[in-house]
Unconditional design. Structure first.
Length: 192
């Protein structure tokens, strides 16, 4: 299920300052073309290194339409944003939270590695805990999460786990595949 494609935002836009809705509208076709060139089911890693600033309105005109296409089923891609400087990260967080969405961000490691992958946006604690359980085990199904529960006081049924996993998949925070009769989920990006 590992199929990652890195797209350098500086290269596709040709500039290092990405501001405003007009700039985002101008550049959206470049983002769309780059994403469309990737295989279905890919994890598209947008590398923001070399970008001095990207504003909330720019993200709202480029990143959010792609995310919405993905979460509504119009595009089978997963997105991860890396190497955002603090100002750009704050701008992304602002627009994502305002729209009640979530995105994955990470930091560049050595070579092409990515570390510190985390969710930006508002994700309810039960979903954060479920995502943490998937990351800890690298793969999980409703059955494995149900069997692995430690606390009997808040025991969650298999259907409850399936609903949580399905929700995380709709948000494009986890990937899924059918293994026999069961759906198995794994993190969008496994390295950390």
């Amino acid at each position: 299920m590992k199929n990652d494609v890195r797209i350098n935002v500086r290269q596709i836009t040709g500039v290092d300052t990405l501001i405003g809705k007009i700039g985002g509208t101008r550049d959206f076709p470049k983002f769309m073309e780059a994403v469309s060139a990737t295989a279905e089911g890919s994890t598209v890693i947008f590398d923001w290194s070399g970008i001095e600033i990207a504003t909330a309105s720019y993200f709202g005109s480029t990143v959010l339409p792609l995310l919405r296409m993905s979460t509504t089923g119009g595009m089978d891609r997963y997105f991860l944003h890396v190497s955002l400087n603090q100002n750009s990260l704050d701008e992304l967080k602002l627009v994502v939270e305002y729209q009640n969405l979530v995105v994955l961000v990470g930091d560049a490691g050595r070579g092409d590695s990515i570390r510190n992958v985390r969710v930006v946006g508002k994700l309810e604690p039960v979903y954060s805990e479920t995502l943490a359980a998937i990351r800890a085990s690298q793969t999980a199904s409703a059955t494995t999460l149900h069997k692995g529960q430690r606390s009997q006081s808040t025991k969650i049924g298999k259907t409850g786990w399936a609903n949580r996993l399905s929700y995380l998949f709709r948000l494009r925070l986890v990937k899924k595949q059918r293994v026999g009769r069961e759906l198995v989920f794994q993190p969008v990006y496994g390295g950390d």
